[in-house]
Ligand binder design. Sequence first.
Ligand code: WQD
Length: 335
Amino acid sequence: MKNILITGGAGFIGSHTAVQLVEAGLNPIIIDDLSNSHEKVLARLEEITGKSLVFYKGDCSDRSLLDEIASAHDISGIIHFAAFKAVGESTEKPLKYYQNNIGSLLALLDFMKAKQIKDLVFSSSCTVYGQPEILPVTEKTPRQEAESPYGNTKKICEDILVDYVKSHPGIRVISLRYFNPVGAHPSGKIGELPIGTPANLVPFVTQTAAGIREKLTVFGDDYDTPDGSCVRDFIHVMDLADAHVKALGYLGEQQVDFYDVFNVGTGKGNTVLEVIRTFERVNGVKLNFEIGSRRAGDIVKIWADTTKINSVLKWQPSFSLEDSMRDSWNWQIKL
Ligand code: WQD
């Protein structure tokens, strides 16, 4: 059975991907420093998969830990999720973001070379597009100046991968540009669990509905969009997890010194107010929200053109916005 090392595998997207890897007959090995996740996720993963997954607590930049893992397991591929991802914090502490997000990728690439590990799936983000001129965005849409140090680390990591693969290192790499991951495993056993006050929309919605937050503020309804609130491409985390399994399978069929990049979204845009209304309708709850001022750094609208991932990776989203709102709420009430 193939061992796949998942950095940040106790996190939101990593944990859901671990479930789908097991479903696909692969063996996920999780390394996570638990700086933005909880160890109890491991027990939930065992409940869902029926397997107790191998877990190493630690930093994926720690080469001695990576070597310890490689001496115990034959690693055939890596999915690199581990990164700091708070857009706001990245502007206050840029060096923390550059050091961690770029340093960890460099450490993994060295490690892959030393251990002859061939395959890498890298967690990138639609944030590299900034505010696109033309929508929907394809993988050929020019990347723009990053809106934050966080977004810049994603751009820089993509550039590192492009340049490194050109130097014939004998590896195969895919970058997946995520749009807005939402939802939770249908069992409600794992989901998005931000530490502290959520920056992202949907956890704030579910915590407000649960009475943990007093009210949700919609950051602006005076944008040039159908209802004035921002447009995003909200993709269910289970669909996103499946994209990683498909990417690994596709890498297995490629020659080495391979690099490609794929958008991972639903291909549909929804406004913030549509998300709120859908949440209320699907779950039969009333959300206490008000319209506030715009949030600095927000782009107005973005959604994916998913033609490439549909045709090349044979991947399609199978969960709707309604499913995402239902699963997010199911997770919140089980918390
Ligand atoms: C979505 C929309 C807000 C909270 C960021 C990163 C991206 C990825 C996802 C890591 C915006 C509005 C939000 C709230 C609101 N992160 N909103 N009230 O900013 O699209 O993307 O997170 O990979 O890389 O850039 O996501 O969920 O923060 O915001 O009105 O309390 O919801 O203004 O329009 P975003 P988000």
